[in-house]
Design a protein around this ligand. Sequence first.
Ligand code: MRU
Length: 345
Amino acid sequence: MKTIEWKDGKVFLIDQRKLPLKYEIINCSTYQEVAVAIKKMKIRGAPAIGVAAAFGMALAAYSSKASTYGEFIQDMEKAKNCLFLTRPTAINLFWALERMMNLINIKKGVDLFTLKDIILQEAENIAREDIEINKAMGRYGALLIKDGDNILTHCNAGALATVDYGTALGVIRTAFEEGKKLQVYVDETRPVLQGARLTAWELTQEKIPFTLITDNMAGFLMYRKKVDLIIVGADRIARNGDVVNKIGTYSLSVLARENKVPFYVAAPISSIDMSLKSGEEIPIEERNPKEVTHILGKQIAPAGVKVFNPAFDLTPNGYVEAIITEKGIIRKPFEKNIKSVVNTA
Ligand code: MRU
């Protein structure tokens, strides 16, 4: 099963809140259910929520009772606005919604019956392309990995964060499939534990050797020369190469610089927001304080304590060695090189 797929008029997805204790497939038959699944992080990871939004639009199209194009576009705008408000940081969500709306606008003359099928086809295209993109990223990124390397990763940028295969973890998978001996250090990634719950689960399935650590152990490992490189994913990259990714990424990048460990980011071109001059403009989601005061539903802090819970942080471009994309590896100067790669994409 892929992380997300369309079957028999419904969207099926792996419930990532339940892993690794329970592997449960849930389905959504309305776009509102998809919106809730994204909000509650039953599906998460930048590319995966983009695909979920696209399938949400397909559900909205098939449920529309509109008899004219004007009424139909109103229904689609309503669905888009609902899905748009689910999570603010990962650009793939907005990128996918825009791609769907553009298509609907271009196909204005087409009869509604056919248009609905075209909308589903486009969502399926986004899902299929996501896997191809991850594999291409894997092939480029694996060039940076040597036999015997110890690689540290943060959060989950694997198959579960995408439709299949993964971005940062896709690079590691490719290197492993090429026969390179590697070992991965997995940050648990507080507070939602995507590393301990999801990345550890994926690497177990793939039989890729790994060691789980808590986030505050990464610096000591680097100091002891146990880490050869770091690869993380991204939720949004500004056109100057600033990267917003899971909270804790910035600290890793600074520690990497101090310890001379190359710090790589693997992300599809669709994660690059060319409208933003720098990462300072990227909205950072703040989540429920309970994610910090509770672990798996159990309270671990005194009741009522004040909490700060940003889900992402900003890694300034200076700390990034290179950005691995499906079009190749982008190095400094980022502003210039990102522009030329995006323009040829
Ligand atoms: O809050 P999440 O779990 O959606 O955050 C996910 C991340 O930060 C990933 O590292 C990022 O989306 C890259 S995933 C390919």
